[in-house]
Write a protein that binds this ligand. Structure first.
Ligand code: B12
Length: 220
């Protein structure tokens, strides 16, 4: 029988209820409920930006370093498997002009953060080209020359990847490309200081900050 109690009604209407379930599933590394709770939140039309930022990322924080290692693989399967069409239908796509290229730099295979950023951007209708992991600086340059590409997002979690980041940014900020694309850096090894030093356009401390900057660039 349908539960019509006041408590149940309030729960099903309150976005926090869904978000808390996501936090709980992710932080306790309950892989089976991760997908379900994320899907339920989407179906309840909780904004994906909140599901990711207040739910998934909060849960990851609470899961600790060991948890992160375990969650990295499991969780991204869930994020990617959320049907793209579904997300586009539920969240009103914004009007963007231009494409975003994203990749993890050469020597680095960490990809959970990059994929979370991509999931967020795709949900709001941005056109994304994912170059994957271990991407050579020259590959970013090649992609930047493609028609309509306006933003290059580079992810890195290893400090040892800094020389490759530096090379990528210098290729992207040279000649005609400098005016064509904006370069944004993110990932656990990225910093505001290094970004300033090598003259990339922006650094984002998390996916939400990155999304907001890119959103602004693609709408101008
Ligand atoms: C999971 C993990 C792994 C997994 C990766 C699985 C995967 N598919 O990604 C595995 C086990 C494979 C791994 C391997 C290694 N790892 Co590791 N790993 C981690 C760990 C625990 C979590 C990373 C993670 O997923 N975080 C969660 C995501 C959501 O956070 P995030 O990536 O920072 O992304 C957020 C933001 O930064 C932002 N963001 C990310 N990218 C971008 C890009 C743009 C453009 C923007 C705007 C935003 C943005 O958005 C995200 C959401 O807000 C970190 C420790 C840590 N606390 O970071 C170590 C860590 C990154 N690893 C580390 C190391 C050393 C390694 C290894 C070298 C270990 C080894 N000896 O083999 C290898 C390297 C392999 C390689 N060549 O890359 C070190 C790096 C140290 C350093 N400063 O150089 C860390 C910091 C651990 C430590 N404390 O020492 N690792």
């Amino acid at each position: 029988m349908e539960n019509t109690s006041l408590e149940n009604q309030t729960k099903t209407k309150n976005p926090l209820y869904y978000i808390n379930n996501v936090i709980e599933a992710v932080s306790s590394l309950d892989f089976y409920s991760m997908k379900d709770t994320i899907k339920q939140a989407i179906d309840a039309r909780v904004p994906i930006i909140d599901i990711i930022n207040k739910g998934i990322l909060k849960g990851l924080e609470e899961s600790g370093e060991m948890g992160l290692i375990l969650a990295a693989e499991a969780l991204q399967g869930e994020i990617i498997s959320i049907d793209e069409e579904d997300r586009r239908r539920l969240y009103k796509a914004r009007n963007y002009s231009g494409k975003v290229v994203v990749g993890t730099i050469e020597g680095d295979i960490h990809n959970l953060g990059k994929n979370i950023l991509i999931a967020l951007m795709k949900s709001y209708g941005m056109d994304i080209i994912d170059l994957g992991i271990d991407v050579k600086p020259e590959k970013f340059e090649e992609a930047a020359r493609m028609p309509d590409v306006k933003v290059i997002g580079i992810s890195y979690l290893l400090s040892s990847a800094e020389p490759f980041i530096k090379r990528a940014v210098s290729l992207l900020k040279k000649g005609d490309l400098a005016n064509k694309v904006k370069v944004i850096l993110g990932g656990a090894a990225a910093s505001y200081e290094f970004t300033e030093q090598i003259k990339a356009d922006a650094y984002a401390k998390d996916a939400l900050e990155g999304f907001n900057l890119i959103d602004k660039w693609l709408r101008n």
